[in-house]
Design a protein around this ligand. Structure first.
Ligand SMILES: [Fe+2]
Length: 262
């Protein structure tokens, strides 16, 4: 917990059911560690500057479609928390997302500032249509946090979401820096990284407090669906960027060779 004190007692954290659930999630985490969402080829290409500036702008607008609704999803999940301690756990993540009570530092606001620094207005983002896989992800997340059990909601926002960030974000950050250098406001990205692993750990803790063996299969399915959808997003972006936004490299050696008479 970054900003608040863990609401659970050591007895609660040592209970047999907590330990059993925790072990299940550790095993699950191990089983998904080679999932294609990690080190996805699109992310590698993006980090290697294989796409044009127009392509990077396209990707950042699409990524904004995932970032912007996230605080609403946490709030909805908080509403279905079964007790005050579970809700309190989510408060830490929400407090971070809400910029520690500073509107200027709310993560969605930081994302808009980043876009503004490279010439994309809030209106420009709003006018952008999300690609199919991002629409599917957002619809599924909101269905999970609104209509499914609290533990299933936690697994969508915790395991399947924040768990991918420590692996995926550094690729995005590298590609963005290569493209824009110091001309871009990186405040949003600076707020993510190790911190997200903490949030993921918190989501694991609150999930362990609120599930049991009868739900394990459903939890595993939710985590797999979440990772699969996130991988589909990278694949869809890769297809679009490969077709429309390949960077053009000017190969000097080839051009000089062309000019040398045979
Ligand atoms: Fe965030």
């Amino acid at each position: 917990m970054e900003n608040i004190q863990l609401p659970y007692s050591s007895d609660e954290l040592k209970s047999a059911s907590f330990q059993r659930n925790h072990q299940f999630l550790l095993d699950l985490e191990k089983r998904v560690e080679n999932h294609p969402v990690f080190d996805h080829p699109f992310l590698v290409k993006f980090a290697n500057s294989e796409y044009s500036e127009e392509g990077v702008l396209f990707v950042l607008k699409q990524f904004g479609k995932i970032v912007m609704p996230f605080t609403a999803a946490i709030c909805k999940l908080m509403g279905s928390a079964p007790d005050i301690k579970s809700r309190f756990m989510l408060m830490d993540n929400l407090y971070e997302e809400m910029g520690h009570n500073s509107l200027n530092n709310c993560h969605p606001v930081l994302y808009l500032k980043m876009l503004d620094s490279i010439g994309i207005s809030q209106r420009g983002l709003e006018k952008t249509e999300a690609i199919s896989s991002i629409r599917l992800l957002n619809n599924t997340i909101f269905d999970a946090v609104s209509n499914k059990s609290f533990a299933i909601g936690c697994s969508w926002l915790g395991f399947g979401g924040e768990l991918t960030i420590p692996n995926n974000f550094p690729y995005l950050i590298q590609g963005i820096k290569n493209c824009f250098g110091s001309d871009i406001d990186m405040g949003f990205w600076n707020r993510h990284g190790a911190r997200d692993q903490d949030h993921s750990d918190d989501a694991t803790t609150v999930l362990c407090m609120n599930t049991n063996e009868s739900e394990y299969k459903a939890l595993e399915n939710a985590v797999m669906d979440s990772l699969n959808l996130r991988s589909m997003i990278w694949s869809e972006l890769e297809k679009i960027c490969d077709e429309k936004y390949q960077a053009v490299f000017f190969n000097v050696t080839d051009k000089i060779a062309d000019k040398i008479p045979a």
